[in-house]
Design a binder for this molecule. Structure first.
Ligand SMILES: [Zn+2]
Length: 342
């Protein structure tokens, strides 16, 4: 035994082997690299640091140190045990963790990393996840979500008051648009007085397309209605609304995890119409819906410019004060119109 080991912290403890409740009095000495040398009547063994777990101090009387396979040591409180356990706690691994905990700079760095990782995830990971998930949502579920959205919308939009003539023209345009997209199922037109939405149209998951009376009055030609419907069918075909809803939900769950603010999650269920009307779709999504509409217009022999014409008309009518879905990329309207003239 070297002199160093003679000075190593050591203390008396009760050893429990984990198989029965009997204990054995042992001498415990801190050995090389944080291992514990355990010596008792009839047995002697060493436990490496990695196999030890220093338990919480029970009151001020004892500490337990858990060993492998349910075995443990119970130390009587006292200067010997204090010294031994303090030395055990200052083994390299423990010291590193303690330093992390104590150091404000490390803590700040950890928080900063968490913020950056979360931001990257929200910016890139969430949309990618949502795009993948959106196509997996069963049609029944999409329809139920759409129906719920419509219910919410009906809380603040009045029923349509179109004349019979206008109503049949709108319905005929919807049918024409539908013939261009035979693969899309569940399409349904809902007409409402626009109120604050003014001249507008938007799609809800599952196939509901809502059009306001103001838009039906605004168009100069019913081809323009066909173009609007096909644009909305484009959003439906690409599940843009569902993506937005899923993105909103993931972000809400993330912020719940980070802030414990439950109100963010409460908004998920009713969030869709608000999400669509306030945030709108991305520019890329609008261009996708436009491209889908232009292809479809060509298939049924409606001039492509019908889409550009109606975009211009809506912009002139609503300006920038409204929140029309179809204009959600307001500054880009001219480039979207250009695309319809090519
Ligand atoms: Zn759109």
């Amino acid at each position: 035994m070297s002199g160093g080991e003679m000075n190593a912290p050591s203390a008396r403890a009760q050893y429990f082997d984990g198989r029965n409740s009997r204990s054995t009095a042992v001498d415990v000495t801190l050995a090389e690299q944080g291992a514990l040398a355990i010596r008792g009547d009839g047995f002697a063994f060493d436990v490496p640091r990695a196999a030890l777990r220093v338990g919480a101090r029970v009151g001020r009387s004892t500490w337990s140190v858990e060993l492998e396979r349910g075995a443990s040591l119970a130390f009587e409180a006292g200067p010997d045990a204090e010294r031994l356990l303090a030395a055990l706690d200052s083994s390299p691994t423990t010291r590193w963790i303690q330093r992390l905990e104590r150091s404000g700079r490390w803590a700040a760095l950890c928080v900063l990393s968490l913020v950056v990782v979360t931001w990257l995830f929200v910016k890139y990971g969430v949309p990618a996840l949502a795009a993948r998930a959106a196509v997996l949502v069963p049609p029944d579920v999409e329809r139920a979500i759409g129906a719920q959205g419509l219910q919410w919308i009906d809380g603040w939009l009045d029923p349509s008051q179109l004349s019979d003539d206008r109503r049949s023209a709108v319905e005929a345009a919807f049918e024409r648009a539908r013939t261009a997209v035979p693969d899309l199922t569940g399409l349904r037109l809902e007409r409402r007085a626009g109120g604050p939405l003014r001249a507008n149209a938007f799609a809800l998951p599952g196939g509901i397309v809502v059009m306001t009376d103001e838009l039906a009055h605004l168009v100069a030609h019913d081809d323009e209605l066909v173009a609007v419907f096909l644009h909305e069918f484009g959003h439906l075909e690409r599940h843009h609304g569902m993506r937005r809803l899923l993105e909103g939900s993931i972000v809400a769950l993330l912020s719940l995890l980070l802030t414990s603010d439950v109100s963010t999650v409460a908004s998920v269920g009713t969030g869709l119409p608000a999400v669509l009307l306030q945030a709108g779709y991305s520019r890329a999504e609008e261009r996708e819906a436009d491209a889908f509409a232009l292809d479809a217009l060509e298939r049924i022999g409606v001039p492509r410019r019908a889409l550009g014409d109606v975009l211009v008309r809506i912009e002139a009518e609503t300006g920038s004060s409204g929140i029309p879905e179809i204009l959600s990329t307001h500054p880009e309207t001219s480039s979207r119109v250009d695309a319809t003239r090519r």
